[in-house]
Ligand binder design. Structure first.
Ligand SMILES: *Cc1c(COP(=O)(O)O)cnc(C)c1O
Length: 367
């Protein structure tokens, strides 16, 4: 959709697929020799559109895609190149075997029971089946324990019929320079030694920036593809992907002592120009942004005042007397980085992006 076709009262979310491709290529360029760059597209590519992102990254050369759910994988099967692999991180529960096989989706097996299930299914249909194996080296979340994984490696029988695509683990504190990262790396390398020739994968976006040692054979960035800073506290090496512009619906001047919004949580101390904007918590503009942060317009940051309501937010536009209904202010974008908005909301960029609502006119800038 082009901007001309968008109703004046609707907010626009522009997603720059060229920036996604640049971000992916930039990460790939950082990798140690021999390491492959995959892409994580779970949760609708962090809220930005899995189909569109998959297509752009397929064109850029990506051949390893990760999602959380089988349903997410099925939706991408005919979008990514036929030879590309789609891995489902959440694993293989009872009865899902045929769904994976039918569409050539690869489960990441998270416990010995899942390995047994996949191996039996391979026996039943009489051919070998691909899978990843997830070993939990420090998250206590998903994946089998290192000792379960060692036991599997020791018994050829237990993985009969399974062709291993990789053995993977996930870092708990990748964005910090802590010893725990080294411990997780060494635990995964120990296991890899028991599975000669099987690729290993550990790094998410931030893990890539820990250094070459963490890249192993395959990396799994998500956040950094979408412009979230993988190195918090340092300048963001990634290009901005999502720009959210919301229209001004009304502008009014209020006198001192007049309050704004539900609960009257903001009161004017001086004559104030209030602009009401078409975005609210129903659009994922979090209520924790009440009286926090601001929107950008022509080089100025106009502070949010009053509570975020369902469909509307209000801002102090006193610094911009030229602002009129129909003008669009930037809530997210080059002047309002997702990580800054997230900090104002008391959360992380991941939650800001994955919360973005369905009422925006979504526009894709092609790669
Ligand atoms: C979400 C996820 C990733 C991607 O992490 P980012 O921090 O977004 O790069 C990688 N691996 C696993 C197992 C994940 O769940």
């Amino acid at each position: 959709m082009g901007i001309e076709a968008v109703p004046a009262s609707q907010a626009t979310l522009e997603i720059d697929l060229a920036a996604v491709a640049r971000n992916w290529n930039g990460l790939r360029g950082r990798l140690a020799e021999g390491s492959e760059c995959g892409a994580v597209l779970k949760a609708n590519a962090y809220g930005l559109g899995a189909a569109e992102v998959a297509q752009a990254l397929g064109k850029a050369g990506c051949r390893r895609f990760f999602v959380a759910h089988l349903g997410e994988a099925l939706a991408l099967r005919n979008i990514v190149p036929p030879k590309a692999r789609i891995f489902v991180l959440n694993g293989l529960l009872e009865g899902e075997e045929q769904g994976y096989v039918a569409e050539n989706i690869v489960p990441v097996l998270n416990d010995p029971g899942q390995v047994q299930r996949w191996s039996r299914h391979a026996g039943k249909i009489g051919r070998s089946l691909l899978a990843g194996i997830h070993v939990d080296t420090g998250m206590s979340r998903l994946g089998m324990t290192p000792s379960e994984a060692s036991a599997l490696a020791a018994s050829r029988k237990s993985i009969e019929g399974i062709a291993l695509a990789f053995v993977m683990s996930h870092l708990a504190r990748a964005e910090e320079a802590v010893e725990a990262n080294r411990q997780q790396l060494s635990a995964l390398k120990d296991l890899r030694a028991r599975w000669p020739g099987i690729p290993a994968s550990l790094a998410n976006s931030s893990g890539i920036f820990l250094g070459d040692a963490w890249h192993l054979d395959l990396v799994r960035p998500g956040a950094a593809l979408y412009g979230i800073n993988p190195v918090p506290g340092r300048p963001n090496p990634q290009a901005c992907v999502a720009t959210l512009l919301a229209p001004v619906l009304q502008v009014r001047d209020i006198p001192p002592a007049q309050s704004v919004g539900y609960g009257a949580t903001w009161t004017a101390r001086a004559p104030t120009r209030v602009a009401t904007i078409a975005a609210g918590y129903a659009d994922g503009w979090m209520r924790s942004l009440s009286n926090r942060g601001g929107a950008h317009y022509r080089g100025k940051l106009l502070p949010f005042i009053g509570r975020v309501s369902m469909d509307l937010v209000t801002l102090d536009a006193s610094a911009c007397p030229e602002l009129v209904p129909g003008n669009r202010v930037e809530l997210l974008g080059p002047s309002r980085p997702v990580d800054e908005v997230a900090a104002e909301a008391g959360t992380i960029g991941y939650e800001v992006l994955t919360s973005l609502g369905r009422r925006f006119a979504r526009m894709y800038r092609q790669a």
